[in-house]
Design a binder for this molecule. Structure first.
Ligand code: GDP
Ligand code: GDP
Ligand code: MG
Length: 381
């Protein structure tokens, strides 16, 4: 073999050119194979972690957790961290309004007016807003100068008063006389009843309690399917009846099953068709009466969508007329809710908020705690 070049300099450039070409080719090959591997890894992923199936167009999308994601419930502390993020000043006008008070240089009339307007538009209600402003002005306006540390202390104390830390927020899930505890969940459709029951069942199971669910929303088959799907994900049976069947009968059977199987808690889902108010009134009252032929209802939870503000309050009144509400679940506090509704709805019904919904996931339910809530509002986020 003879080179086309004879001059040593030409040979040098020829070899150098060859080496550079080889490096270029090698680089291209490596980059290509890496990209191929990445593509393959991505394409292979769904086999390991199935994507959420498309919900059927006709039914309510059942936001139900994936199986296998349920081994260990999330610790309450990290749920509270989530609440803090959701309610903190960076994302919540109520919290921002409160924090602006803390950062104000002077507390003049304009600053107070601004705060008052913010509180009223944050679902706190006129009465509680007036009380809060009056208390804050009394304590903080003495010399007109702001003292942020003192303002924070006073604000925290007054907010806590409004949220009322003395209310008993324990969920009564224990039955007596060997009977299961019975939790009835009521509220307007779409507020989050079925989802709340799924999350609650998960919490009960994590506390080593046995649970039966009753699908007494017999209005649509999809409603019972959704509940049953939640039940099977958290590993508890669901008692259901025929679509359009008598909801009281399903509730009766569910509690009967709970008694026969000696379970700890029966949780009964219901329909909430507010547009037929008198029908709803009859139906819920009847469900409760029929259940109580078997076992006392230990807890009636009213689910209110926290993002609906005044509307949610109106609904609460309607339901409180029908059944004796013992606790409120404020769902969707992760959404655009400003949080003030907690104070109003408790006052309106004289019943504590016991649980809060922080999302659609299985661990997105937390016990309501007054000081955690106030601290969340006062955190800078
Ligand atoms: P129901 O008609 O009262 O039984 O309401 P569902 O349980 O079917 O919930 C209605 C919708 O609200 C569903 O899409 C749920 O996933 C959603 N939802 C329920 N609770 C929460 C919550 O706390 N946060 C958010 N973001 N969505 C929720
Ligand atoms: P009504 O439908 O207005 O007459 O209300 P009732 O209080 O008589 O009962 C309502 C429903 O609850 C009935 O249709 C039954 O399905 C159910 N129920 C009530 N009591 C019993 C009972 O003792 N056994 C069974 N299996 N179901 C009952
Ligand atoms: Mg439902």
């Amino acid at each position: 073999m003879s080179l086309p070049y004879h001059d040593p300099v030409e040979i040098f450039w020829f070899i150098l050119g060859g080496v550079v070409l080889a490096i270029l080719v090698a680089t291209v090959v490596i980059v290509q194979s890496n990209r191929q591997a990445a593509l393959e890894a991505r394409a292979g992923a769904p086999a390991l972690l199935p994507a959420e199936p498309e919900p059927p167009a006709s039914s309510v999308p059942p936001a139900v957790p994936e199986p296998g994601a349920l081994d260990v419930p999330e610790a309450p502390a990290s749920r509270m961290a989530r609440l803090r993020r959701r309610l903190s000043g960076s994302s919540n006008p109520l919290a921002r309004g409160l924090l602006s008070l803390l950062s104000a240089e002077t507390l003049d009339a304009e600053a107070w007016d601004d705060l008052e307007a913010t509180l009223i538009t944050s679902d706190l209600g006129v009465g509680p807003t007036t009380e809060l402003i009056t208390a804050l002005r009394r304590e903080l306006s003495i010399d007109g100068h702001a003292d942020p540390a003192r303002a924070r202390t006073v604000l925290r104390r007054e907010l806590l008063n409004l949220v009322d830390p003395t209310m008993d927020r324990r969920l009564v899930t224990e039955g007596s006389g060997g009977l299961p505890g019975v939790v009835m969940v009521v509220g307007v459709n779409g507020t989050g009843k079925t989802t709340t029951i799924g999350k609650l069942a998960r919490v009960l199971v994590a506390e080593h309690k046995s649970v039966v669910l009753g699908a007494a929303d017999t209005f649509r088959a999809a409603a019972a399917d959704q509940l049953e799907t939640w039940g099977s994900r958290v590993g508890v049976p669901t008692v259901r009846g025929p679509e359009g069947g008598d909801p009281a009968s399903v509730a009766f059977d569910a509690v009967g099953r709970g008694i026969d199987d000696a379970v700890d808690v029966v949780v009964v889902d219901t329909a909430g068709r507010l547009h037929t108010k008198s029908g709803l009134m009859d139906e819920l009252g009847k469900i409760k009466r029929v259940i109580e032929r078997k076992a006392p209802v230990t807890e009636v939870l009213l689910v209110i969508d926290a993002t609906t503000g005044q509307n949610g309050l109106t609904q609460a009144r309607v339901f409180a007329d029908v059944v004796n509400i013992t606790g409120i679940v404020l769902s969707k506090l992760d959404g655009s809710a400003k949080g003030g509704i907690v104070v109003q709805v408790q006052r309106e019904l004289g019943v504590p908020v016991k649980l809060i919904g922080l999302g659609e996931g299985v661990d997105d339910l937390a016990p309501f705690d007054a000081s955690d809530f106030v601290d969340a509002l006062l955190s800078e986020g």
